[in-house]
Design a protein around this ligand. Structure first.
Ligand code: URA
Length: 437
């Protein structure tokens, strides 16, 4: 087999065999296929696409390029959840205990934030003492006793994706649906769960902003998951404004805790109930409606919060802050963003809100940046809200006073205020299962 011929084959839009795809992926990982040939092939995929059979074969090969996590030490059906990212997205913190409280074990490996989107591991590390790096044995032990554990990604998961992503990043081939789908799903397949729930965000704060493309991404990922023998469902959730009111690590944990205590904002609660409901459904706990009811109950009867506290205690975190979230403290410097005119908030650019939060110190521009855990934004007004000139739109927080003004300018530009009230955002925009592909 020659890589040259396989580049030509894809250039003319032909379908590659499983053996050919294995040759490409394994050859790239072991260094026998150079970057320039792989780049040409990726560009051919960018323009010609891949069939679902090709994509499934390639993704399975990518998953097997490193460790395949074995979760058999954990009893019961294991469900994983993945979000394509957003701003103010603290759903993992909330739905993991919701699902665990209903008797389904969740072994969750999460990532860190980069750019305008946050990461669950960073958020959890804002709880003093919380260990996100555990050895596998201890991780399984906590899942089996508490019912859940959230740790950082460890081990050598899908190294083919790591190498390919770095190449895509510098060759203009990131924004290709088949390449995004195989990248995400290779890591999910390697992570070892029986079934996968995908939260595909859509709108101004999402990785893919356009609705039609988000649907296509969701269908492609469901097709790969099902093709690889894992039951897979995707929910399309609205990320056209930040989720909830808090953006930034400590503040998002505080909002997540309040939500688990039954005091969450409506948009966040709606998304969490839908996601947790679908995870329970994948775990065969009942009909979708029954599962959503069970999920809702965990927020009103305190059982999700109880699970969360147990996990934090098991992983060495400080627990008094969970009972009284004011003990987290707040950043020393604050600035109120005031409305310059009266009207209604008609739109918020969620990505710009995320960038404003990053400018305050809450996120990383490069992997090496150190996060200011208490930096972030507390929104006071969101889409559809009426606002009067001089009213507070949001409060910005940082440990560095010099960061406030630039971030406030960015955040102000993210708000669109007009004369008429707009319709509320629909939070759940679609649900894709194997029937839809
Ligand atoms: N996230 C991933 O993991 N991979 C992509 O290609 C894009 C987003």
């Amino acid at each position: 087999m020659r890589m040259y011929d396989l580049i030509e084959k894809k250039k003319y839009g032909e379908e590659l065999t499983k053996e050919e795809l294995e040759y490409i992926i394994n050859g790239y990982v072991d260094g026998s296929i150079p970057d320039y040939q792989m780049s040409a092939w990726l560009m051919a995929v960018y323009f010609k696409g891949m069939t679902s059979r090709e994509l499934t074969d390639m993704t399975i090969t990518m998953a097997h390029s490193g460790d395949m996590v074995d979760l058999s030490a954990i009893e019961g059906i294991k469900i994983d959840k993945h979000s394509t990212g957003g701003v103010g997205d603290k759903t993992t913190l909330i739905i993991t205990p919701m699902v665990a409280a209903c008797g389904v074990k969740v072994a969750k490996m999460s990532g860190r934030g980069l750019g305008h989107t946050g990461g669950t591991v960073d958020k959890l590390e804002s709880i003093e003492g919380y260990q996100t790096a555990l050895d596998r044995q201890r991780f399984y032990e906590i899942v089996n006793t508490v019912g859940m554990s959230v740790i950082g990604q460890s081990g050598n998961l899908a190294p083919a994706d790591k190498k390919l992503y770095a190449l895509r990043d510098v060759t203009g081939t990131v924004d290709s649906i088949p390449l995004i789908a195989s990248s995400i799903m290779s890591k999910k397949l390697a992570a070892g769960s029986d079934s996968i729930l995908l939260d595909v965000t859509t709108g101004s704060g999402a990785f893919i902003e356009e609705f039609d493309k988000s649907i296509e991404l969701a269908k492609t990922m469901v097709s790969i998951g099902e093709g690889a023998g894992r039951e897979t469902v995707a929910l399309l959730t609205n990320m056209d404004e930040p989720l909830g009111y808090a953006i930034g690590n400590t503040m998002e944990v505080q909002e997540a805790i309040e939500t688990m205590k039954g005091n969450g904002p409506a948009d966040l609660v709606e998304v969490c109930v839908a996601l947790a409901g679908d995870m329970l459904y994948l775990a065969k706990k009942g009909t979708l409606e029954e599962c959503r009811e069970m999920a809702t109950k965990t927020l009103t009867d305190g059982s999700a919060f109880e699970r969360f506290k147990k996990m934090v205690a098991a992983q060495g975190g400080r627990c008094d802050v969970l009972e009284d979230t004011s003990l987290f403290g707040e950043a020393p410097y604050q600035m109120e963003l005031l409305a310059k005119k009266s009207g209604y908030v008609q739109h918020m650019n969620a990505k710009e809100c995320g960038i404003a939060s990053m400018l305050l110190g809450a996120g990383r521009e490069t992997k090496e940046d150190v996060i200011d855990m208490k930096a972030g934004i507390l929104l006071k007004k969101k889409t559809t809200d009426a606002v009067k000139e001089g009213e507070v739109l949001a409060i910005l927080y940082s440990s560095d006073e010099n960061r406030l003004q630039t971030a406030a300018d960015k955040l102000e530009a993210a708000y669109e205020i007009g004369d008429s009230k707009v319709a509320p955002l629909q939070m759940i925009q679609g649900r894709i299962t194997k029937k839809d592909i």
